[in-house]
Design a protein around this ligand. Structure first.
Ligand code: C2E
Ligand code: MG
Ligand code: MG
Length: 765
């Protein structure tokens, strides 16, 4: 069923059938026929008929046919003109004037079979067989009687008539059939021929008729149609002409009834023809033949009904037109969608098309991104852009064995691949990469290409998410110069958290879920705790404790690191002030994210805080690390120099690791080196590390700097560092990071006695 409904023609057919059954498109049918007969070719009305009526062009309007005497008089006058036939279409009121009745009966009798009496009801469109006024047989004798009965559309326009109707158990022909003089077909219907132009009918006013005021011989040998109907009666519409006197409809009906045959197919024939023709068009490949079928299909709902009408075949055009319009619109929409799904330059389907595909189970999504793709395009003339993409897609298709490669203009190529075991898949992509070792030749241009892959293996997810995941991974692979980046499902689960981190950090600060831990720092010279490093902590109510390394990075990405840093500074100052007030000088260290080091607002923001808090800047140490990611190094240098001038101590954190090395030492101002714990923790076991640490201490001292050893976890390390001449120490052996309350109470205990002996209590926290 889903496949059936996905085809525009089937949908259009269904819609048309629905319209046919409900009559929804009747107004369209009305417009069709009204337009056809308003502007189409017209036939002259049959000149063998002369209408005697009040609205004849020569009438004075005073004539009256109310009494049977008048009617008799008129018939007498007409009879003298020797017509071939008379139609008496007027109400006969028997019993009012017996003399007139007798005269009328006599003249009707004289006409014999040459007179037909038309009987009407006030609502000819709603024939019910009851309200028809059949004149008394006392007057009309054996004369033929015909009854006006029409089918009409929504707007009371006549659309057809039955051949016969039954009144009081007797069968009568309808007026069109009677006027045509054809044998009435019981069940069949006929439709009026609205091509007959009623204005070309010969008419004569009743007055003129009675006065003999007409051309001699006008009525001789003709059918004289005496029309004097109730002006209050409903007038049915005549397509292309509006509402006319009923005789016009009778005459058009007679023309219709004269056709050799008459069939009423309603809307079924048209739908059948259109569907067959449109289907033929769809199954043809050749463009010219396709167009031919489409033209025929359109003609079948526009011209064919009019032609059929001439032949006597009655059809309802609304549903056919609706099917055609629906099908046309659906095809256009399909075309628009297809255009939307194809990139303009290469003609390859774009990534959007891939997202709209149903991905079968056991498929991976791979996105390949081509390094410096935009640069290729800028050097290539526009007509070769498509060629460039096609060549890349061809290589990927050959290498991956996938026939369909999707492409976007930003240089991403995607496909769905068989889900092999991860290692095999990664090797496979690595191999695919090798295909690009040969340069790309586009026109006269040669390019060295370099592709990176993003891989998504999250089968259960929708195609859109998977393509986006693979795309993000491919971009990441390109950014970090890796061949393949595999998108992990857990990263997807992290995405909502990361994306709303902004608000969560604010909430954490408000609720106290984010707090500061203090880790003691030991002074080897004075043998005492001389300071602490403030380390941020986050106990999330649902996610539990979050490692600072993790959320600091996320906060940097979310642009929230400034808020966090200034919050840390404020709180660390509060703690430092309190500890300093206890007597001994206390040094507080805080960490500054590399992202902030080069910010123009950094110095002003920090100085605003220290000025407001009135703290001596010399009591604060700023630890800086990861300086390789600083964008504006001159600005960073200037900021750090300014902070140093203000009195802050500057410390190079994690010294010796990739990001904080000799170049930093040479380039940026500092007072202290913090030896990374990677070296420190191994000094008791590795001679190499011992020598690195010892020479770094020597280097720092030579530069006039002090050294802090991080990560001291045991007494041997602690003592070895002392023997090496290290100035300060920090690590779990000296005390773990702890709440301020814990830190303060232990600090007080230590201050009272021999610090080294009492250190044991600090360590246990
Ligand atoms: P860091 O500045 O190098 O801080 C020292 C880290 O080493 C701390 O980890 C500390 O708990 C840990 N540590 C100290 N002694 C020992 C030891 O003996 N053994 C071991 N194994 N580890 C020890 P933590 O608190 O998890 O902090 C990790 C990193 O997060 C910090 O490294 C720092 O770079 C960053 N960080 C912490 N707080 C802040 C902050 O307020 N702002 C910024 N920008 N970064 C912060
Ligand atoms: Mg630090
Ligand atoms: Mg460190």
């Amino acid at each position: 069923m889903r496949t059936f409904l996905s085809k525009p023609l089937n949908l259009a057919l269904l819609f048309a059938v629905l319209c046919g059954l409900t009559g929804l498109m009747d107004p369209l049918d009305h417009i069709y026929w009204n337009t056809r007969f308003k502007f189409g070719a017209h036939d002259e009305a049959p000149q063998s008929i002369v209408v005697v009526t009040f609205d004849g062009s020569a009438t004075s309007g005073n004539g009256s046919l109310r009494s049977t005497a008048d009617q008799a008089r008129l018939l007498e006058a007409i009879k003298r003109q020797v017509p071939s036939r008379v139609i008496l279409d007027t109400r006969i009121r028997a019993g009012v004037d017996p003399q007139g009745d007798r005269a009328l009966a006599s003249v009707i009798k004289d006409f014999g079979r040459d007179i037909t009496i038309f009987a009407r009801s006030d609502r000819p469109d709603q024939f019910d067989g009851k309200s028809v006024d059949i004149p008394s047989r006392r007057i009309i004798g054996d004369a033929d009687v015909a009854v006006a009965a029409w089918d009409s559309n929504l707007f009371y326009y006549a659309t057809g008539a039955p051949g016969t109707v039954t009144v009081d158990g007797k069968t009568y022909p309808t007026t069109g059939v009677a006027l045509a003089g054809t044998t009435p077909r019981r069940k069949s219907k006929y439709s009026p021929d609205f091509a007959v132009d009623p204005t070309t009918l010969r008419t004569i006013g009743i007055d003129n008729m009675l006065d003999g005021n007409f051309a001699p011989g006008l009525l001789t040998g003709r059918t004289v149609f005496i029309s004097n109907v109730n002006p209050e009666a409903v007038k049915l519409g005549y397509f292309g002409q509006g509402r006319l006197a009923p005789y016009a409809l009778d005459i058009a009906g007679a023309q219709g009834a004269r056709r050799p045959f008459s069939v009423d197919f309603k809307w079924s024939l048209e739908l059948l023809v259109f569907t067959l023709l449109a289907h033929s068009a769809l199954s043809t490949r050749r463009r010219s033949v396709k167009i031919g079928w489409y033209v025929l299909a359109i003609l079948s709902v526009t011209v064919m009904p009019a032609v059929f009408n001439v032949l006597g075949i009655i059809t309802l055009t609304g549903p056919g037109l609706a099917e055609c319009a629906f099908f046309g619109a659906a095809k256009l929409w399909q075309r628009w969608r297809r255009r939307l799904q194809h990139t303009s330059a290469s003609g390859l389907p774009n990534l959007r098309a891939l997202t709209e595909q149903r991905l079968d189970a056991g498929r991976d999504i791979v996105v390949a991104t081509v390094g410096r793709y935009e640069e290729f395009l800028t050097t290539l003339p526009a007509p070769l852009h498509g060629e460039c993409a096609i060549q890349i897609a061809r290589r990927l298709s050959v290498g991956s064995g996938c026939a369909q490669i999707f492409h976007d203009d930003a240089g991403h190529f995607a496909w769905s691949d068989e889900a092999r075991p991860l290692d095999t898949q990664l090797n496979h992509l690595e191999g695919l990469r090798a295909l690009f070792s040969a340069p790309l030749q586009v026109g006269d241009h040669t390019f060295d290409t370099n592709v990176h892959f993003g891989l998504d293996r999250n089968e259960g997810l929708d195609a859109m998410t998977r393509v986006n995941s693979a795309l993000a991974s491919a971009n990441e692979a390109l950014k970090h110069g890796r061949s393949v980046e595999h998108f992990e499902a857990k990263r997807l689960a992290e995405a909502p958290w990361e994306l709303s981190l902004h608000a969560r950090i604010d909430e954490g600060l408000r609720n106290g879920d984010i707090w500061l831990a203090y880790q003691p720092q030991w002074d080897y010279r004075d043998n005492r705790i001389y300071g602490a490093e403030a380390l941020i902590r986050w106990n999330h109510p649902t996610r539990g404790p979050i490692q600072p390394d993790a959320f600091i990075l996320q906060a940097e990405r979310a642009g929230r690191i400034d808020t966090l840093t200034y919050w840390v500074l404020e709180n660390a100052i509060t703690s430092a002030e309190e500890l300093n007030s206890l007597g001994l000088r206390f040094q507080m260290s805080i960490n500054l994210s590399a992202q902030m080091v080069d910010k123009p607002s950094l110095v002003s923001s920090i100085s605003e805080i220290v000025r407001r808090r009135g703290i001596d800047c010399r009591l604060l140490t700023i630890e800086v690390t990861e300086t390789s990611s600083v964008h504006n190094r001159p600005a960073a240098r200037q900021n750090l120099a300014l902070l140093r001038t203000m009195g802050f101590r500057l410390s190079i954190d994690d010294f010796g690791t990739g990001e904080a090395s000799l170049s930093y030492l040479a380039e940026l101002p500092s007072d202290e080196l913090k030896l990374d714990r990677r070296f420190v923790s191994a000094i008791t076991t590795s001679l190499r590390n011992r020598q690195i640490v010892s020479s770094t201490i020597g280097l720092a001292h030579a530069l006039g700097q002090t050294v802090v050893a991080e990560g001291i976890e045991d007494n041997d390390t602690f003592e070895m560092l002392r023997s090496m001449g290290c100035d300060f120490g920090q690590g779990y052996f000296l005390g773990r990071p702890q709440t301020f309350a814990q830190f303060r109470s232990h600090y007080l205990d230590l201050a009272q006695g021999d610090q080294l002996t009492n250190l044991a209590t600090f360590k246990d926290c």
